[in-house]
Write a protein that binds this ligand. Structure first.
Ligand code: B3K
Ligand code: ZN
Length: 887
């Protein structure tokens, strides 16, 4: 692999040499021999240059220029077809054959449960036909699909159905025409024996749109939530962003075998069935939320991604960061903004921060890649969304929407860059946002150190702020960094604030909320320099500062809070994120102190501050349940590990568990009372609604604590047996899964017998065992991959076992003898032959090898080397493994 590896660089970008006026595709579908005829109307922009088309794993049958075969004059390699012609305008037809049935990479045209479907982003279209497979080549598509009627009742592609009919030998056909120009990564084709539910949506401008969700017949009773999510998304995008749907039909197809969550193909989204199918008996609250969010995300792409697309793949965050930001805002508006914000920050810290600190770290606009599919990352998506949020924070909702409006005015129908987005935001608001560029080109999580100085005589409070990127090799380019700040008096009230020289600390008079001078209780300090001091005047007592409210920038804050200050913030701050954050910091300090004791073999200690803070949250019956449910659990194992350069696996696990058990013991009675109360309240029919969700969540948090005490295992088994919805069934099973209690096996067995024929539910059964902290977790996982229901070809099943094991099973995966590593390496090697994209994802836990002790480092490196030594390794796995070993 390493001999032929090609690195793609942003700096090498060159505009296309050819334009496509339109393309006509014809598919004659056969499992092992699908014939694809691709007829393109081409214009040469620099006549005389050879036309180099991308194509992989295609059997080339013929090439015609204006109807004449030129096959003999073409150059064909594994990755390209070169056609030489002096014509400046011509029709090029290419006949190829492909075998969807044998395509286990799930990229290009493949089969899932016997149905045909496609996945083209990023570069999968080249596995369907030879093409200019790059997002800045946009054209109009007409697609004819021919198939045997018995196998493929339904024939779908992008746009509108313009013709259909019968053919000989039991075959039929359909012709679809997409009136919008698009890049080939948005092409889709679906064919099979699917059924659909149908609904209508009337747009704000009065057009009726047909909405259809296609699934396998056995799933037809699980589509309602997806349909209602789609309608909510359409309405929300009209109201909040003024964006209206543009075709007469919107189709979603659910398939069981899919490499990621879903795909926003124009008018014909293809989804992993996990993000479509739900009914209360089979799907949890988390699944319901996931479905609502992913349906929204793909729908929102119609404008941010499809109507305005990316010039090249280095611009991926242009569509993904922006669309994630939009789906986050949607979920916040549908459910609880505070809960959503905290959940997103947790996700960012647990998954993106580690990525940004490891060998695969890259800026949200990567500067190079070997395999583009490896760059659909937490960084491009979630940190990208945080950067879009920065614009929103700096400009306010009105300014941000003006920027969006200008962005669409300027670029509708185009393939553009992140600079185009920034310029629209800047120009619409009349300000200079050039410095935002620094967020796009530097990797790593910035640190923000703040030192405070209170001057009682002058009643001033000075904040000395310093920003940096710790692992940066090149000189650090300071970031435009908004710090939303309040100052609390000892009585917990926010003080009126006056910032010295306020105008200079803000962007422009247009951005009103930015510390504009009149006394408000929250200001947006805008940091631009590597070091900067802000001075508050008229501060009558030494305050407790509340920084980065709402997590106003994706940085690591370093400020020396006392326990008393953290207690005050966690009780009294009126920003929900800041309250949660203060509690987490208290808990983290408690954990860190005890990890030191654990390492020094001293007895562990529970502090009064921790007990009081926990009591304060647990016993406050007025508090928002959704927030309490997020606050009571102790910091995740991953996040604790993140605090250390070198992670002491045993200490992290032991101390977190000890702390949770200690709290369970001390608060056994109120936890039990809370559990009983919420159990009574949550009885009855399942409702997907904010309060009901929060009630179930908090009840199950209480159950999780109680299950740490042996005497309460029966509670979980009772809940498991009685519950009518999957949220409660799974929470009970999950808490039992970590115990050695005999009920564990009973419940697992019962669950399997009940759900063995429902793949999405069965995934949960696999995942629970793969994530269990049971002493014999590795043996269990080894048995799981041998299980008759484990299929390497199915990404959901693979992620449920191998993904969960590597990512979440701290004890099992990081077993001291290295057996967990050896096992995962073997699995990756096996998987890479079938599905490189999924295999590459499974390598991620190894990338952090430097964060473990010497013995584990060595075992992890050995595992990586073993993968590296495999002949014929995919580009996907090669890139991640080689970068990890080099680090
Ligand atoms: N755009 C797709 C992801 C494609 C991933 C390609 N490996 C889904 C999304 O982000 O909406
Ligand atoms: Zn997306």
């Amino acid at each position: 692999m390493s001999d032929t590896v090609k690195v793609h660089y942003l700096r090498d970008y060159q505009a296309p040499l050819f334009e496509l006026d339109k393309v006509y595709l014809e598919f004659d579908l056969q499992p092992q021999a699908t014939r694809v005829t691709n007829t393109m109307q081409i214009r040469a922009l620099s006549p005389g240059e050879p036309l180099v088309l991308n194509g992989e794993k295609l059997q080339l049958l013929d090439v015609r220029v204006n109807g004449e075969s030129v096959l003999a004059q073409c150059d064909v390699t594994d990755e390209h077809l070169t056609v030489k012609t002096d014509l400046s305008e011509f029709e090029l037809s290419i006949d190829t054959e492909i075998a969807p049935e044998s395509n286990t990479s799930l990229e290009g045209l493949y089969r899932s449960s016997g149905n045909y479907c496609t996945q083209c982003e990023a570069e999968g279209f080249r596995k369907i036909t030879y093409f200019l497979d790059r997002p800045d080549v946009m054209t109009l598509y007409t697609t004819k699909i021919i198939a045997p009627k018995a196998d493929c009742k339904v024939l779908l592609s992008n746009g509108n159905l313009i013709e259909s009919g019968e053919l000989d030998a039991g075959r039929h056909y359909a012709v679809w025409e997409d009136p919008f120009r698009k890049p080939c990564y948005l092409f889709a084709l679906v064919a099979g024996n699917l059924e659909c539910i149908e609904d209508q949506y009337r747009t704000a401008d009065g057009r009726d749109v047909t909405l259809r969700i296609y699934v396998e017949p056995r799933n037809i009773d699980k589509c309602e939530h997806a349909m209602s999510s789609l309608k909510k998304s359409m309405q929300w995008d009209e109201q909040r962003f003024g964006l209206v749907y543009d075709l007469d039909i919107y189709m979603i197809v659910a398939v069981d075998d899919f490499n990621m969550g879903a795909m926003e193909n124009k008018g014909l989204n293809v989804f992993n069935s996990k993000f479509v199918l739900a009914k209360p008996e089979t799907a949890t609250d988390v699944d319901y939320e996931g479905i609502e969010a992913v349906i929204a995300h793909e729908y929102f792409h119609n404008w941010t991604g499809n109507r305005v697309t990316c010039r090249d793949w280095f611009q991926l965050t242009l569509k993904e960061g922006l669309t994630v930001f939009r789906d986050q805002e949607f979920t916040a508006d549908m459910l609880s903004p505070a809960v959503k914000r905290i959940e997103d920050v947790k996700r960012l810290r647990n998954h993106q921060f580690p990525e940004d600190a490891g060998p695969m770290a890259h800026p949200i606009q990567p500067q190079s890649y070997i395999e583009m599919n490896n760059f659909y990352t937490m960084t491009v998506y979630e940190k990208g969304a945080e950067v879009v949020r920065l614009y929103h924070t700096l400009l306010g909702e009105a300014g941000f929407q003006q920027g969006m409006k200008l962005y669409f005015e300027r670029h509708d129908g185009d393939a553009v860059t992140v600079e185009d987005f920034r310029n629209a935001m800047a120009d619409a608001n009349g300000i200079d946002l050039t410095q935002m560029h620094n967020w796009y080109v530097q990797s790593g999580t910035p640190t923000l150190q703040i030192a405070a100085e209170y001057d009682a005589a002058n009643q001033t409070y000075r904040l000395h702020c310093r920003q940096n990127l710790p692992a940066q090799e090149e000189p650090f380019k300071p970031l435009l960094l908004p710090i939303k700040t309040a100052l609390l008096a000892a009585n917990g009230k926010a003080m009126p604030l006056k910032v010295q020289n306020a105008a200079a600390q803000t962007l422009s008079p247009k951005t009103q909320q930015a510390g504009a001078g009149e006394a408000s209780q929250e200001v947006l300090l805008v940091m631009r320099e590597a070091e900067q001091t802000f001075v508050f005047e008229g501060i009558a007592e030494e305050p407790t500062p509340s920084f980065l409210r709402g997590f106003s920038a994706p940085v690591n804050l370093q400020f020396a809070y006392s326990d008393a200050q953290l207690s005050l913030l966690s009780r009294a701050d009126d920003d929900a994120f800041a309250r949660w954050e203060a509690f987490q910091t208290l808990a983290m300090n408690e954990i860190k102190g005890n990890i030191s004791r654990f390492e020094a073999q001293q007895p562990l200690e529970l502090s009064a501050a921790m007990i009081n803070a926990f009591a304060g949250v647990l016993l406050d019956r007025q508090a928002d349940r959704g927030l309490v449910a997020l606050t009571l659990p102790m910091p995740d194992l991953t996040y604790i590990g993140e605090q250390y350069r070198q992670i002491n696996v045993e200490a992290v696990y032991a101390v977190q568990r000890w702390l949770k058990r200690e709290l369970a013991q001390r608060f056994e009675e109120p936890l039990l009372a809370l559990y009983e109360q919420l159990r009574a309240e949550s009885a009855g029919d399942y409702r997907y609604e904010k309060t009901a969700i929060a009630t179930r969540k908090l009840k199950n948090v209480a159950l999780g604590y109680l299950l740490l005490l042996e005497q309460h295992a029966a509670l979980a088994e009772a809940q498991f047996n009685a519950a009518q919805n999957m949220t409660d069934v799974l929470a009970a099973l999950e808490s039992l899964s970590h115990t050695g209690h005999e009920a564990r096996l009973r419940c697992l067995e019962r669950f399997y017998m009940q759900w063995r024929y429902d793949p999405l539910v069965l995934d949960k059964w696999f995942a629970i065992q793969a994530g269990s902290h049971h002493l014999h977790a590795l043996e269990h996982v080894k048995a799981l991959v041998e299980h008759a229901d484990f299929h390497y070809e199915n990404p959901n099943r693979v992620r449920s076992v191998l993904g969960v094991f590597g990512r979440l099973n701290l004890l099992g995966f990081h077993r001291a003898d290295g057996a967990g590593y050896a096992f995962l390496a073997e699995q990756v090697i096996k998987l890479d032959k079938l599905n490189p994209q999924v295999a590459a994802r499974m390598v991620a836990p190894f990338t952090h090898w430097k964060r473990y002790d010497a013995a584990r480092q060595q075992y992890m490196q050995q595992a990586l080397q073993k993968i590296m030594a495999v002949k014929g390794l995919s580009k996907d796995v090669f890139e991640i493994v080689s970068k990890s070993l080099k680090s």
